[in-house]
Design a protein around this ligand. Structure first.
Ligand code: SF4
Length: 96
C-alpha cells in the first residue's frame, strides 16, 4: 500500500474573497511564475493556487520552494544555490 498522501487536485469548497481565495480557513494567494510546472499547483477559476503553501510568492523570496515537485535546490562549490529542473523519470521514480 502506498503511504503517499492523496494529491489535492481540486480546491473543493474554496471561496473567492476580497483578500484572496479562502480554502479551509486559509487565504491562498495565486502561484507565481516559478511555480509553473509544479504538480502541487491546483487550478481554480482562471488562476492556480498552492494547497501546500498559501503564499507562493513569499515562499520563493526565501529561496527555492521546498515543496516544489519540479525543481530541486542544490548548493554549488561557491556556496550559491542552484535550481535544477527534475527529470520526469526521476519524478516518476519518486512516486514508487
Ligand atoms: S509547492 Fe511551492 S513551487 Fe509548488 S506551487 Fe506551491 S509554492 Fe509553488
Amino acid at each position: 500500500m502506498s503511504k503517499k498522501k492523496a494529491k489535492i487536485t481540486a480546491l473543493e469548497g474554496a471561496e473567492m474573497t476580497s483578500e484572496g481565495l479562502s480554502y479551509k480557513g486559509v487565504i491562498l494567494q495565486p502561484i507565481v511564475e516559478k511555480c509553473e510546472g509544479c504538480e502541487r499547483a491546483v487550478p481554480f477559476e482562471d488562476q492556480k493556487y498552492c494547497p501546500s503553501y498559501a503564499q507562493p510568492e513569499s515562499k520563493w523570496k526565501h529561496g527555492v520552494c521546498n515543496f516544489a515537485t519540479h525543481v530541486r535546490a542544490s548548493v554549488d562549490k561557491e556556496g550559491k544555490v542552484k535550481v535544477n529542473p527534475l527529470k520526469a523519470s526521476k519524478r516518476a521514480a519518486r512516486g514508487r
